[in-house]
Design a protein around this ligand. Structure first.
Ligand SMILES: C[S@@+](CC[C@H](N)C(=O)[O-])C[C@H]1O[C@@H](n2cnc3c(N)ncnc32)[C@H](O)[C@@H]1O
Length: 525
């Protein structure tokens, strides 16, 4: 399979936030908009009528030839495709009706029309794959392959034309599949000359997770990970039902609360306040179920300090609050918006590579996440499958950075997990010395070298990552950092150092390093 096809499949294969936005949007409209409900009822009647008329003619159409598909596409192309919500909704409703009546070809054509007018076809395709009968989806996919796949590829490529923003001084390049040298698929490349010691870019995180012991102690800011000066005191989290957190400032407290905390760990309404929603005020039992689901997930996260899962839950919450307009989808300097591109948070994460390690999260994890989503906004849970949960967790856990100040700390409690399950973060000093974990949209792409030309630094005393050049560098140079400790230790020979770092890379990061230093040392053996 070509890497281009892979890109399309990757783009089509995850998009949890697209699912969430869809779920929230429809749930919200269904609950609040009388016209919207009328429209759905009217459409259903119309579909039933047309179904009755054409049942006989459509019955034979479950096996469709390519010629028939092409003919149908020609017909669709000749129709006006209005981009109105009503048109989109009516096509989806019709597709659902036809599909449930076993009329897979006409159902697929309706779903396909909806796909043609949807702003992000890969997201919708993903939803279809999870919610529409496979016989119908098969035909939709065949239509996509014939018609939409080239456009989807173009969208995937366009993303990398506008991201990262020019101000970051780096660009993302894809290695040609025929490349002689082994290495990651995508690499960050400099767009200007920099001198050793210079800051290449600064980046605020998309999300952070303070180490659990520090959260309990209240000595670091839960949002920006800054150490809290005892003399200045800290701000506690307001109206939290089940978790403890402290903040260094009001902006950090507000950002944390609005981006994810209210949704995950309070009983605040998950959707914006609308008067017509009052009839849907949650019952005491529903509130108790939400509180219990939050407490159970929190206990699970804290028991083994499951940072990857905590970041994933925060990510889901941040999607929802951004989709609902209850919190900004972007913070200053986190580069979630590409230059000129209308990209959402998930557009970044779905392009990251996924960890093979998180292929099987503990069996109890998925039901806990689902229970929380269900208790927060009934119906939402249907859109998070075991696959999308695994996929999102794999991407998030794999691309995190450990945040360390100075040389890092000495008092981090050892992990209770088996070494192969333990959290792993790229870091200057080692996961054992960090104060917390953070996710960055640009830095996620930094690859490893045992002779790196850059290093991440947190010298502002917060989770803001500064990428520092460790050598004089030229435009076009590929940037690399060290994922593991690459410095030869006292009493360690060069071959021992080589063996140690290559073992750690193979175990933790699942690749055999072929950087210039590894190759040179191999030739000297
Ligand atoms: C955290 S991801 C890095 C981001 C990755 N470059 C991407 O495209 O999303 C880490 C993975 O990138 C790949 N990688 C990073 N540095 C590499 C290198 N020097 N050689 C081979 N693969 C590398 C490995 O698959 C590794 O497990």
């Amino acid at each position: 399979m070509s890497s281009r096809t892979n890109t399309v499949l990757t783009v089509a294969g995850l998009s949890l936030a697209g699912i969430i936005a869809y779920a929230v949007y429809f749930d919200y409209r269904r609950r609040t908009d009388v016209e919207f409900r009328k429209q759905i009822r009217k459409e259903k009647k119309r579909v039933n009528k047309s179904l009755a008329q054409s049942r006989e003619a459509l019955a034979a159409a479950s096996e469709v030839s390519e010629a028939e598909l092409r003919e149908a596409l020609k017909q669709i192309k000749s129709e006006p495709l209005p981009t109105s919500e009503q048109y989109f909704m009516s096509q989806v409703a019709m597709g659902e009706q036809l599909s449930s009546a076993g009329q897979h070809f006409p159902a697929a054509l309706s779903f396909y029309r909806a796909l043609c007018v949807y702003p992000s076809p890969p997201d919708l395709l993903d939803i279809y794959q999870k919610t529409v009968p496979p016989a119908t989806v098969k035909i939709v996919l065949a239509l996509v392959n014939l018609d939409l796949a080239p456009k989807m590829r173009a969208t995937a490529l366009a993303y990398f034309e506008v991201f990262p923003p020019k101000s970051v001084n780096v660009t993302l390049q894809t290695r040609p599949p025929s490349s002689e040298t082994f290495g990651p698929e995508k690499v960050l490349v400099l767009t200007k000359d920099v001198a050793a010691g210079e800051v290449i870019y600064k980046e605020h995180p998309l999300l952070t997770c303070l180490d659990y012991d520090l959260q309990l102690a209240g000595t670091y800011c839960t949002h920006c990970l800054r150490e809290i000066q005892p003399s200045l005191g800290s701000l506690p989290l307001l109206s939290s039902v089940s978790t403890k957190a402290a903040f260094c400032s009001k902006p950090c407290q507000v950002a944390s609360k609005t981006q994810w905390h209210s949704l995950l760990f309070t009983l605040d309404p998950p959707l914006p306040a609308v008067s017509e929603l009052s009839q849907l005020a949650p019952t005491p039992e529903a509130l108790e179920a939400r509180r219990a689901a939050q407490a159970q997930l929190l206990a699970y996260l804290n028991k083994d300090s499951r940072v990857g899962t905590a970041l994933m839950a925060k990510f889901i919450a941040r999607q929802l609050t951004a989709a609902n307009g209850t919190a900004p989808g972007q913070a200053a300097g986190d580069y979630t918006r590409a230059d000129g591109g209308e990209y959402q948070l998930e557009d970044h994460v779905e392009r990251w590579s996924a960890s093979p390690k998180n292929a099987e999260p503990p069996v109890e994890e998925y039901p806990l996440v689902v229970a929380l989503l269900k208790a927060t906004l009934p119906g939402l849970e249907r859109f998070v499958t075991e696959d999308s949960h695994r996929s999102l967790l794999g991407r998030i856990a794999f691309n995190a950075f450990g945040v360390c100040f100075g040389g890092g700390r000495d008092d981090r409690p050892p992990s209770t997990l088996r070494p192969e399950d333990a959290e792993l973060t790229r870091k200057p000093y080692g996961t054992v010395r960090q104060v917390g974990t953070a996710l960055y949209t640009v830095s996620a792409y930094l690859s490893h070298s045992c002779a790196p030309n850059a290093r991440p630094s947190f010298s502002s005393g917060t989770s803001e990552l500064q990428l520092i050049a460790t050598k004089d560098l030229k435009t076009g140079d590929e940037l690399s950092i060290a994922y593991v400790d690459v410095v030869q230790r006292t009493g360690e020979s060069a071959p021992e150092c080589r063996q140690r770092r290559r073992k750690e890379l193979a175990r933790g990061w699942k690749f055999a390093c072929e950087c210039s230093r590894c190759l040179k040392e191999a030739s000297e053996k």
